[in-house]
Design a protein around this ligand. Structure first.
Ligand code: MG
Length: 386
């Protein structure tokens, strides 16, 4: 398959931090993807919450199935636009590696715990996982991924952090764009979670069809399906609706972006980076409808009483684990205790030389939901009753 001139490619890549010989039978971005799939943080995504805690039901999305859906949507769009599918897949599979257990509430809680120690941002943590925390290769720390994959993983970051990041942070300070594959995964992420949260929300019973029929993106497809197939079972009607919703938005992104790419005249990834706006995007109409759906999910699912109850429990688990390890680091696994000893007095709050708090945050962020629950029961409940 031929790449468009504005796609990322091995030839225009800014390369890896530690030089390596080119792979013999793979491209550079294939190698990135393969390294991501083999890393421990990737396997843990299976037991991390997307919205519903992992053990609440076997059919709900986890961060792993979410990441695979993002890769699928991303690759379809990449192929249609002549973009680099391997890079798209690598970014998609890595984009959530830095997530804490228990989804958004876990991350908020850890950020609170870290407020005097440089804070906690999951995007930065995803980068930290691939740059530092995965220790698998003899010749370099982390996974030594290409610049373009790391550029895509870091989709947001505060300006303060950007200033500390060097080359990778510069685009946030200079208000420049990342490559098209990075822009694309950002949208694919949103398309995946908006749609699978509708599906999971309905399955869990926290959302109802009547409510959703007030959301344009849903009702348009749902009513169409009902009209065309009046005898379908309710579950099949929902699946058919969700697949049409994804198709509608994906088609829109392909057509809108194709038009923008032609109009912009960009011919090289560096021209994409210097272009004043994003070139992979929705039409105005779909952006408006997508925002409507996001608002609906925020008001009706993410803040639903049942989800909030789980969130409060998650916050408590993360906070208490953090407190217990800060107070007595001897409760940490040996390799984390060693890291704290090695860091000594040179620790900096920004994590460049990690101190005790950062090392504890790394440990907690790496936990799966069930591991955090178990550790909390072992270390914190025992103390309550002692
Ligand atoms: Mg995501």
């Amino acid at each position: 398959m031929t790449l468009a001139p504005y796609a990322a490619s091995d030839k225009t890549s800014r390369g890896r931090r530690y030089q390596e010989t080119a792979p013999a039978y793979r491209g550079e971005y294939q190698r990135d993807r393969d390294r991501i799939i083999h890393c421990a943080a990737f396997r843990r995504l299976e037991y991390k919450t997307q919205v519903f805690v992992n053990h609440e039901g076997d059919l709900f999305r986890t961060r792993l199935t979410h990441s695979i859906e993002v890769a699928q949507i991303g690759r379809s769009i990449a192929r249609a636009l002549g973009l680099n599918e391997d890079l798209t897949e690598a970014i998609a599979l890595a984009h959530d590696l830095g997530h804490t257990p228990f989804g958004h509430s876990g991350q908020e809680a850890l950020n609170q715990c870290m407020r005097d120690h440089g804070g906690f941002e999951h995007n930065l943590q995803s980068l930290r996982v691939v740059e530092v925390l995965e220790e698998r290769y003899a010749e370099f720390p982390g996974l030594n991924l290409t610049y373009e994959t790391r550029e895509g993983i870091l989709k947001h970051c505060s300006l303060k952090k950007a200033a500390e990041l060097g080359e990778l942070g510069r685009r946030f300070l200079e208000k420049k764009q990342p490559g098209l594959e990075a822009q694309l995964v950002n949208l694919a992420d949103e398309i995946a979670y908006n749609n699978h949260d509708v599906d999971d929300g309905l399955r869990s019973g926290l959302l109802g069809i009547d409510q959703l029929c007030n959301v344009a993106l849903f009702s348009e497809q749902y009513l169409n399906v009902e009209r065309t197939y009046p005898r379908l079972t309710p579950r099949r009607r929902i699946y058919e609706t969700v697949r049409r919703m994804i198709n509608r938005v994906v088609t829109d992104v392909i057509e809108t972006s194709r038009r923008l790419l032609t109009e912009s005249g960009v011919q090289h990834i560096d021209e994409v980076r210097n272009h004043p706006g994003q070139l992979i995007t929705y039409s105005e109409e779909i952006r408006h409808e997508t925002n409507g759906l996001k608002k609906f999910l925020r008001n009706n699912l993410y803040t639903h009483e049942k989800v909030s109850r789980m969130s409060n429990e998650a916050v408590k688990i993360v906070q208490e684990l953090f407190a217990v390890f800060m107070q007595d680091p001897r409760l940490l696994p040996a390799q984390y205790q060693d890291k704290i000893k090695d860091s000594g007095a040179g620790a900096k709050a920004d994590g460049s030389t990690p101190g005790k708090a950062r090392i504890i945050a790394d440990y907690i962020a790496g936990m799966t939901d069930r591991y955090a629950i178990r550790e909390h029961a072992r270390l914190c409940r025992a103390r309550e009753t002692a």
